[in-house]
Design a protein around this ligand. Structure first.
Ligand SMILES: NC(=O)c1ccc[n+]([C@@H]2O[C@H](COP(=O)([O-])OP(=O)(O)OC[C@H]3O[C@@H](n4cnc5c(N)ncnc54)[C@H](O)[C@@H]3O)[C@@H](O)[C@H]2O)c1
Length: 279
């Protein structure tokens, strides 16, 4: 018997990375899981997002746990698409108990050099898209008198870092959105919380724009150069420089199995960095 038998989860940005790891963690506990993802690249970003093939692969991996799964290509920035996906999930699976508003994108630019296009790509995805996903599930969760909503922010929302003004502004915004929503739905059995990971071993962190910004002294830096530089830094906890997606899944599982006493919280999975104020 799993802790989530009979529960239905809806995940944004679930085709790969943390979203996929969370999908499998919930499936392992017996939840049926609907994974959604834009599964297409975004103009203005300099690294690839997930593909339809990765979305299909995640569905297959979920089904290996013997639960029901579906994969929907959904752009979380688009109200019609996200509302339709929620309606389809309720029609096909009967309910939505868990929302993981997890999708996100990154790029690097100083505030001074950020174009309108980049600002909009990051903020509409990382803040507005999270708002639209949360808004879409609330009526169903209120009707059920039960819901567990978790939005993914970042340790960047406990602090700041150069070149990430768009990303960090959006992630701080997610915390404000979640705390407000938590108060608004508290009477209906719905909790709303944030997970705030530090750097995670996914394509959002390991990509060419990251190597370029963190290794300005290296010509054409590669992933190997970047991993070596991370190893050389006096950073991390117990020899761990960055998280694996499954480290964040454990925090997600903790919040979705809570009996309803934690809400409006930010759960940091941050290698202790906020203790001394260094991101
Ligand atoms: N990787 C890190 O270092 C790190 C650190 C802190 C927080 N985060 C956050 O964790 C979350 C998951 O990211 P990840 O690390 O798994 O990276 P990832 O790139 O592997 O996954 C993000 C997913 O979101 C999808 N996506 C992007 N825009 C979308 C949209 N408009 N609608 C639907 N799906 C969309 C992408 O296709 C991708 O599959 C993000 O919110 C990210 O900001 C990541």
């Amino acid at each position: 018997m799993g802790q989530l038998d009979g529960r239905v989860a809806f995940i944004t940005g679930g085709a790969r990375g943390q979203g996929r790891a969370h999908a499998l963690a919930l499936a392992a506990e017996g939840a049926d899981v609907v994974v959604t993802d834009i599964a297409a690249d975004l103009p203005g970003l300099r690294y690839p997002l997930a593909t339809p093939g990765q979305l299909a692969e995640t569905v297959k991996l979920i089904e290996e746990y013997g639960v029901r799964a579906a994969g929907l290509q959904v752009d979380a920035r688009d109200s019609e698409q996200i509302n339709a996906a929620v309606a389809q999930t309720v029609a096909d699976f009967g309910r939505i108990d868990i929302l993981l508003a997890n999708h996100g994108v990154v790029d690097f630019s100083t505030v001074e050099q950020t174009t309108d296009e980049l600002w909009n790509a990051v903020v509409e995805t990382n803040l507005t898209g999270i708002f639209k996903a949360i808004r879409a599930v609330i009526p169903q969760m209120r009707a059920q008198k039960y819901g567990r909503i978790i939005a993914t922010a970042s340790m960047g929302a406990r602090n700041a870092a150069p070149n990430l003004g768009h990303y960090i502004a959006a992630k701080w915004g997610v915390i404000g959105l979640v705390k407000t929503t938590a108060l608004e739905v508290a009477g209906d059995g719905i909790t709303v919380n944030v997970v705030a990971p530090g750097a995670v071993d996914t394509d959002l962190f390991f990509n060419q724009p990251t190597y370029d910004v963190f290794l300005p002294d290296v010509i054409n830096p590669t992933e190997a150069d970047f991993r070596k530089r991370l190893d050389d830094l006096d950073y991390g906890l117990n020899g761990v420089r960055f998280l694996q997606p499954e480290d964040v899944s454990r925090a997600v599982l903790y919040l979705v199995t809570d009996r309803g006493l934690m809400t409006g919280q930010v759960l940091e999975i941050g290698l202790g960095t906020s203790a001394h104020g260094i991101y």
